[in-house]
Design a protein around this ligand. Structure first.
Ligand code: HEM
Ligand code: MG
Length: 335
C-alpha cells in the first residue's frame, strides 16, 4: 500500500551524476521506458531501478539527486502520475507500458497501466512523441525531433533555448489542431505541456555550463536524453534547485496566444478548436485546478475502493495534497 513521502535531499550542490555507480546501460527485455525522457534517463543510469518499475518515493528522491528538481514540484508531478497510472496495492508504477512486475492490479475501471496510458497524465502535442490518435505516444519520433532541430537552428542559434521552446510548443499545438480530431489541450495538459517544453532547458543543461551562463541545450545532448535515455558521459546536475516555474516558462507561455480546450469531440473533425468552459473546476489557481483534475480522475478510476486499496489511495491523495496545500482546498473523496 501507500508510503509516506521521502524528505528533501540535503546536499543540493552542483555535482557529477554519471559517476561509476550510475553508468548508462542498454535496455534488457522487459525493461520499461516511456514518454518521459527525464525519468527514462534516470532508470537507464541506475538512479531509478533499471527495470523501469518504480515506487513514487524512488521518483521523488531520484529527480532531486539526478536533476536538482525542487522537492515540492517533484511531489506534485510524481503523485499526480501515480494516482492515475500506478498500482496502489503494490505501490509500483511502470515508466512505460503494462508490466506484470507491477503486480496484481486493482479491479476495473482502475488501469494501473503505466505512464504510457493516454489521456491520464500523458497527453497530446508532445515535443518528440506523437499524439496517441496519430501514432505511438511514447517512443522517440525522428520526424518530430527533426522539426525541433530545424526550429532550434532557425531561432535558437543551433540550440534548444527558450526561443526555440516557444516556437516548438506553438508548432506542436498547431499541428495537433490541424491533424488530430481528438486533440485535447485542456487542463491538466494545458499546464504540463508548457512545463515539459522548458524542462530540457531547466534540467538537461550541464550544471557547469549553466553556472557559466549557458541558456541553450546542445541538440546532440538533447537527442541522447530523448532517444537513448542517456546522459552525457560526465553529466553534472545543476547547482541550484528548480521548480521550472522560471522565466523560461513565462516566456514560452507568453510567446503565443493559447487557450485551454480541445477539437470539438462530438463533431470529430480537425481545425475545430473550442475553449474548455470548465478548465479551472471549482478552484481559482492553476495549480489547484490541476490538483482537482487529478483527484477527479482518480475517483473515476476508483469509484468505491475498500480495505487496503482505500487506505493506500487516501495515503497517496494526502501525499499529492502536500504539494498543493497552502493554496488549494483539499478534496477528500473517500472520507
Ligand atoms: C514528459 C512524467 C519528471 C522531462 C512526461 C510525460 C510524463 C512524465 C507522463 C508525458 C507527457 C506527454 O508528453 O504527453 C513525469 C513524472 C515526473 C517527471 C511523473 C516526476 C517528477 C521529469 C523531469 C524531467 C522531465 C525531472 C527533466 C529532467 C520531461 C520532458 C517531457 C516529459 C522533457 C516531454 C517529452 C516530450 O514532449 O517529448 N513526463 N516526469 N520529467 N518529461 Fe517528465
Ligand atoms: Mg504525449
Amino acid at each position: 500500500g501507500g508510503q509516506p513521502i521521502p524528505p528533501p535531499i540535503k546536499d543540493t550542490s552542483l555535482k557529477l551524476v554519471v559517476d561509476k555507480d550510475h553508468q548508462w546501460k542498454p535496455l534488457r527485455a522487459g525493461d520499461q521506458r516511456g514518454p518521459c525522457p527525464g525519468l527514462n534517463a534516470l532508470a537507464s543510469h541506475g538512479w531509478l531501478p533499471r527495470t523501469g518499475i518504480v515506487t513514487p518515493g524512488e521518483i521523488v528522491t531520484a529527480v532531486q539527486n539526478g536533476y536538482n528538481m525542487e522537492w515540492k514540484r517533484a511531489v506534485l508531478v510524481t503523485y499526480a502520475a501515480f494516482l492515475v497510472n500506478g498500482n496502489h496495492l503494490t505501490n509500483l508504477l511502470s515508466l512505460g507500458g503494462m508490466s506484470w512486475l507491477t503486480g496484481h492490479a486493482p479491479p476495473p475501471p482502475a488501469l494501473a497501466s503505466g505512464l504510457n496510458t493516454h489521456g491520464t497524465f500523458e497527453g497530446d502535442a508532445s515535443l518528440t512523441r506523437s499524439d496517441a490518435f496519430l501514432g505511438d505516444n511514447h517512443s522517440f519520433n525522428e520526424t518530430l525531433f527533426q522539426q525541433l532541430v530545424d526550429i532550434s537552428n532557425k531561432v535558437g542559434g543551433g540550440k534548444y533555448n527558450a526561443s526555440a521552446a516557444a516556437e516548438v510548443r506553438f508548432q506542436r499545438v498547431q499541428d495537433s489542431i490541424a491533424r488530430n480530431p481528438t486533440f485535447n489541450f485542456a487542463n491538466p495538459r494545458f499546464n504540463t505541456a508548457f512545463v515539459e517544453a522548458v524542462f530540457p532547458i531547466v534540467f538537461f543543461i550541464d550544471g557547469r555550463l549553466r553556472a557559466a551562463g549557458e541558456t541553450g541545450l546542445d541538440l546532440k545532448v538533447m537527442r541522447g536524453f530523448f532517444e537513448d535515455h542517456r546522459m552525457p558521459k560526465d553529466f553534472h546536475r545543476r547547482g541550484t534547485v528548480s521548480s521550472a516555474s522560471d522565466s523560461e516558462l513565462d516566456f514560452v507561455q507568453a510567446a503565443h496566444d493559447y487557450i485551454p480546450g480541445f477539437n470539438n469531440g462530438s463533431a470529430r473533425v480537425v481545425n475545430n478548436f473550442v475553449a474548455d468552459p470548465n478548465f479551472m473546476g471549482t478552484q481559482t489557481e492553476l495549480v489547484c485546478a490541476l490538483y482537482e483534475k487529478f483527484v477527479n480522475s482518480t475517483v473515476a478510476l476508483y469509484p468505491n475502493p475498500h480495505g487496503e486499496l482505500r487506505k493506500a489511495l487516501n495515503q497517496n491523495l494526502d501525499n499529492f495534497y502536500v504539494a498543493a496545500e497552502a493554496h488549494c482546498d483539499q478534496i477528500k473523496p473517500y472520507n
